[in-house]
Design a protein around this ligand. Structure first.
Ligand code: ASP
Length: 382
C-alpha cells in the first residue's frame, strides 16, 4: 500500500466510525424522545383538563360515540354511516375554534352507537362525571353521545350528578363526514354553554340545533332531520345565537345537587322493562317480563295511560309479585294522571315523563324503595 492509499483508507475508517457514532447517538436520542412522548402522553391522559389559557374555562369532553363521531365514505350518506367511528381527538380537532372559547381536553369513555348504551355504561359515566366535577380545575363537562338514546343518558345524569357545574350532552343528526354536518357547530355550542357562568345550577342540559334544553324535557321526535330534538310541552331553557348564549327558563323539578339519588356505591341497576300497549295486547308479555326477572315495568300505554283488561290483569299480577308498575304514555306528550286504577292495583303514574325516561327514574327509585306510594312521590318531584 502506498502512502496515498494508506491515508485514504485511514480517512475512510475515521469517517465510517464518526457516522456510526452519530447514528448511534441519533438512535439514543430518538429512544429518549420516544420515552418522553410516552410519558407526556400518560401525563396528558391523567390530567383532568387542559389549563393553558388562564382566562378561559377548563372544559372536559367525555366522548361516548354516536353520529357526532360517525363517518362514511360518501359525503351525502346521512343514514348508512357507521356511528362511533372517530376518536374524540379527531372530533375536537375538527373544531379548531374551540381553542378560542375554552381549554378543552377530550377523554374517550367508549365509542358506540347509543342504542348500545347500557346500565353499566350509565353508571360508569355518572361516576366519572362526579369524579371530574370534584376537581377544582374542571369548570364544566360536555358529553358527546348518539342521539337515539341521548335523552335517557342525559336524564339519568340529571338525577345523579352531584354538582352545580354545567354538564351539557350533545350529539348530531348528520355524521362528521356529511356535507353540512351539524356536529361541529353543536359541539362548539356545547362547549360555549358549559363555559357560561349562567349555565351553573341548571341541571344537565342538552344542545342541538342552537337550542338549550333541560334533560328533563328534551326528546327525540324525528328519525333523521336536524331539528329532531324538541322540548315539546315545557319549552327550552335557552338558545345560542351567534356567539351569545341566552337563558330564559330553569327546570324547577329536583335535579343534580338537590337529588336524593346517589349511585356512588351502586354496582348494578335493577332491571326495568318497557312494555308497549296496543289493541289486542296480551297478559303473557307481563308474565314473561316478571319471569325474566324484571323488578319494574313501565307501560307505554295508550292515551292518558289507558290499558286493556288483559294488560291490567298482567300488570296487577306483576305487582303481586313485588314488581313496581308505572303507567306512561305512548303519545309522546302530556301528563299521565294518577287515577282510580292506580289506587286499586297499586300502580304508579308517570307524570309527564315519557316511557324511556320513566324507566330511568324507576331504576333509580328502586335503589331506594319498592313502595308504590313512595315511588309515586318521586314522579311528582323529579
Ligand atoms: N344510532 C346513532 C346513535 O344513537 C344515531 C345518532 O347518533 O344520531 O348513536
Amino acid at each position: 500500500m502506498n502512502m496515498t492509499k494508506w491515508l485514504g483508507a485511514v480517512l475512510l475508517s475515521v469517517l465510517l466510525l464518526v457516522t456510526a457514532a452519530c447514528a448511534n447517538t441519533g438512535t439514543q436520542e430518538n429512544t429518549q424522545s420516544e420515552k418522553e412522548n410516552v410519558s407526556n402522553e400518560t401525563k396528558e391522559k391523567n390530567k383532568a383538563v387542559e389549563t393553558g389559557n388562564k382566562s378561559l374555562s377548563n372544559i372536559k369532553v367525555l366522548a361516548t360515540g354516536g353520529t357526532i363521531a360517525g363517518s362514511s365514505n360518501s359525503d351525502t350518506d346521512t343514514t348508512g354511516y357507521k356511528s362511533g367511528s372517530l376518536g374524540i381527538d379527531k372530533v375536537i380537532a375538527s373544531v379548531p375554534q374551540l381553542k378560542d372559547i375554552a381549554n378543552v381536553t377530550g377523554e374517550q369513555v367508549v365509542n358506540v352507537g347509543s342504542e348500545n348504551v347500557d346500565n353499566a355504561l350509565l353508571l360508569k359515566l355518572a361516576k366519572r362525571v362526579n369524579e371530574l366535577l370534584k376537581d377544582d380545575q374542571v369548570d364544566g363537562i360536555v358529553i358527546t353521545h348518539g342521539t337515539d338514546t341521548l335523552e335517557e343518558t342525559a336524564y339519568f345524569l340529571h338525577l345523579v350528578v352531584k354538582s352545580d357545574k354545567p354538564v351539557v350532552v350533545v350529539g348530531s343528526m348528520r355524521p362528521a363526514s356529511a356535507i353540512s354536518a351539524d356536529g361541529p357547530l353543536n359541539l362548539y355550542h356545547a362547549v360555549k354553554i358549559a363555559s357560561t357562568k349562567e349555565a351553573k345550577g341548571k341541571g344537565v342540559m342538552v344542545t342541538l340545533n342552537d337550542r338549550i334544553a333541560s334533560a328533563r324535557f328534551i326528546t327525540k321526535t324525528n328519525t333523521t332531520t336536524t331539528d329532531a330534538f324538541k322540548s315539546l310541552e315545557h319549552g327550552y331553557i335557552g338558545e345560542v345565537a351567534g356567539e351569545v348564549v341566552s337563558f330564559y327558563n330553569e327546570p324547577i323539578r329536583k335535579h343534580t345537587s338537590e337529588s336524593e339519588f346517589d349511585v356512588s356505591n351502586i354496582k348494578e341497576l335493577p332491571q326495568v322493562d318497557i312494555l308497549y300497549g296496543y289493541q289486542n295486547d296480551q297478559k303473557y308479555l307481563y308474565d314473561a317480563a316478571v319471569k325474566a326477572g324484571a323488578k319494574g315495568i313501565v307501560v307505554a300505554a295508550a292515551g292518558n295511560g289507558t290499558m286493556s283488561t288483559e294488560a291490567i290483569k298482567g300488570a296487577a299480577d306483576a305487582v303481586k309479585k313485588d314488581v313496581v308498575l308505572v303507567r306512561s304514555s305512548r303519545t309522546g306528550n302530556g301528563i299521565v294522571t294518577h287515577e282510580k286504577t292506580d289506587d286499586e292495583h297499586h300502580f304508579v303514574s308517570s307524570d309527564s315523563l315519557n316511557p324511556q325516561k320513566a324507566r330511568i327514574l324507576l331504576m333509580l327509585a328502586l335503589t331506594k324503595t319498592k313502595d308504590p306510594v313512595k315511588v309515586q312521590r318521586y314522579y311528582e318531584q323529579y
